[in-house]
Design a protein around this ligand. Structure first.
Ligand SMILES: [Mn+2]
Length: 328
């Protein structure tokens, strides 16, 4: 690292991008709207400057993000050429791209996670940015690249998805100002919302129904849990039908402090998705079960074991944690 002590600015990043010709943009596995919106916007901007540029993600593009402009340029294959600059977007750590990914050339790290470990040769970290899309907008300003409707659509998608459609704590005046600017530049908020949030398949709705009909409320309504067994996936057309954010639906119940959605695994055992409102640490609980994550969202897997005993072991841990809270 050339200067690990100081974080770079959008202007530094613009100079770095201008100094390179073959640029690879990478983003995290199981990609979301922010990482793919930011990647496609940056890709379009760099192409307009005449750069050779490609975007790589180890996971396929989620169906609900397939409408993004330039999304066909995001590949699960690395380009044939060797990049002289690898740009990470929305990655708190270098391992978020995928276990076996090794960057080539200089490493530029553009991110807004407080936990970012500054793995780049240059690190542009802005925890105040609601989305990396906001940081990309600042970079384009420094590059002198105009906001086209294509770029605005990608950046609006980044911003809208990372703020939960302008509902989460990161929804600030700054976020609304950016949204207005992007709408002025040609992003269509209603169209984008419809693509991302109102284009569910029948299979997704059926799986949601199965999940919610297995809902249990315990501990005076402060613990919610539900499960998707192998038979549920079979009846709803497969595992790919699990909609984005299903585990968060359980937390959204009034009075619930912590929720868990169990997914039975084909190979035996389960994967658990924990969601909380901040009074119980999901990551601390997940760690006790061999997993990890954040305070509000974490996960764990208990593989190759019998499903029900594994589920009950996890539930016992959650019941104890919720029981320690002061009476709600
Ligand atoms: Mn993000």
């Amino acid at each position: 690292m050339s200067n690990p002590a100081a974080d770079a600015t959008a202007r530094d990043v613009a100079l770095e991008l201008r100094a390179h010709e073959r640029i690879l943009i990478v983003s995290h596995a199981r990609p979301d709207g922010d990482c793919l919106g930011s990647a496609t916007a940056l890709l379009a901007a760099l192409r307009s400057l005449g750069k050779t540029v490609a975007a790589y993600n180890t996971s396929p593009v989620p169906r609900i993000l397939a409408f993004l402009p330039e999304i066909d340029s995001v590949s699960t294959e690395l380009p044939a050429w060797a990049p002289d600059l690898t740009v990470f977007v929305d990655c708190g750590g270098i391992d978020r791209v995928g276990e076996n990914f090794v960057p080539q050339g200089r490493v530029l790290n553009i991110d807004h996670h407080a936990t970012n470990d500054r793995f780049g040769d240059m690190n542009y970290i802005d925890v105040g940015a609601a989305a990396v899309g906001d940081q990309v907008r600042e970079i384009l300003r420094e590059l002198g690249v105009e906001l086209t409707p294509t770029i605005a659509t990608s950046l609006y998608t980044a911003l809208a998805t990372d703020t939960g459609c302008f509902r989460y704590a990161n929804t600030s005046a700054r976020a609304f100002k950016l949204a207005a600017e992007l709408a002025d530049a040609g992003a269509k908020p209603a169209y984008i919302s419809q693509q991302v949030y109102e284009s569910r398949t029948p299979g997704e709705v059926m799986l949601t129904a199965r999940c919610l009909s297995s809902l249990h409320l315990e501990s005076a309504g402060r613990l919610a849990w539900a499960e998707l067994r192998n038979s549920d996936f079979a009846k709803a057309g497969g595992r790919d039908n699990e909609p984005e954010g299903l585990s968060s639906e359980l937390r959204a119940i009034d009075g619930v402090e912590i929720s868990v959605l169990f997914h039975e695994l084909e190979e035996g055992g389960l994967r658990g998705s924990l969601r909380g409102k901040g009074n119980v640490s999901c990551s601390a609980l997940a760690e006790q079960l061999g997993g990890g994550g954040h305070v509000a969202a974490a996960g764990f897997a208990l593989k190759g074991v019998e499903y029900e005993p594994a589920r009950d072991k996890a539930l016992d841990l959650l019941r104890t944690a919720v029981g320690k809270l002061s009476p709600g």
